[in-house]
Ligand binder design. Structure first.
Ligand code: BEZ
Length: 254
């Protein structure tokens, strides 16, 4: 989830129904972080707190940050210390041993501002470990959405809100701000969608559909599904999204 979603509004209920898999599939990056008891960790883009709770269960002292008041309220309902914050202007100073982020950084196109905020938030020698959409992520879905928008005389590409960098591009940004990149790479991860493409689009595609409501919206989404079905829906009717994760671990100079 994200720490800046000017273009996206979130329903905690809809998120829990359509996107629970986001936290369920976050365990490899949690392993990469390897949280230690007593560490103070910032979960950047904590969403409804599902992974934040796992960090807390590992014995870390965790603060969650997210721009969505509704998702922060859901995280607080789990008993977590969760704060409403803009991930592109983090307010913390030299207080965390690690900053962790799962499935959020692609919602923050001002990546240099994000990394600067993470650098400020970390103690010297602190770790920045995360996973988000990398180059090629949901490429078929983006292509179908852009095509359907363009067919209606709109500028589809200009509506795409996501940042999906290559490892080289993101590593250069980290190094430019004093991080040593310990590991970084793309991980293709075809992801079954429990509530189908409809549920995914309903939860995540709102920024592209701004101003398109009612029957026009339904018709556009039907068209997107029809474009995607040959590649992303199998014969049993199961939808699988073409996810590609960018997973990394970096350390701030001490
Ligand atoms: C992702 O986790 O890769 C993602 C989620 C929603 C929109 C775009 C990408």
């Amino acid at each position: 989830m994200s720490a800046i979603r000017e273009v996206q509004s979130w329903s905690a209920e809809g998120y829990a129904r359509n996107a629970r898999f986001v936290a369920d599939l976050g365990l490899p990056v949690l392993d990469l972080l390897a949280p230690r008891p007593g560490e103070r960790i910032l979960d950047l883009g904590c969403g409804d707190g599902a992974l934040t709770a796992k960090l807390a269960a590992a014995g870390a002292e965790v603060v969650g940050a997210d721009s969505s008041a509704e998702l922060v309220a859901a995280a607080r309902a789990l008993g977590l210390d969760a704060r409403i914050a803009d991930g592109q202007a983090l307010p913390f100073a030299a207080e965390f041993d690690a900053v962790f982020s799962n499935a959020a950084l692609h919602w923050m196109p001002k990546a240099d501002a994000v990394i600067a905020g993470v650098r400020r938030a970390l103690k010297p020698g602190g770790r920045f470990v995360g996973e988000f959409g990398g180059h090629g992520n949901v490429a078929a879905i983006v292509t179908a959405l852009v095509a359907a928008l363009n067919a209606r005389g709109l500028d589809g590409a200009a509506r795409v809100p996501w940042f999906f960098p290559t490892p080289a591009e993101y590593a250069a940004k980290l190094e430019a701000q004093g991080f040593r990149v310990d590991t970084i790479g793309l991980v293709p991860r075809p992801t079954p969608l429990p509530t189908g493409m409809h549920g995914w689009l309903d939860t995540f595609a709102n920024p592209l559909l701004d101003g398109i409501d009612g029957p026009a919206r339904s018709a556009l989404l039907d068209e997107v599904e029809a474009l995607l079905a040959p590649s992303l829906r199998d014969q049993a009717g199961q939808w699988t999204a073409d996810y590609v994760r960018l997973r990394f671990a970096a350390t701030l100079a001490s």
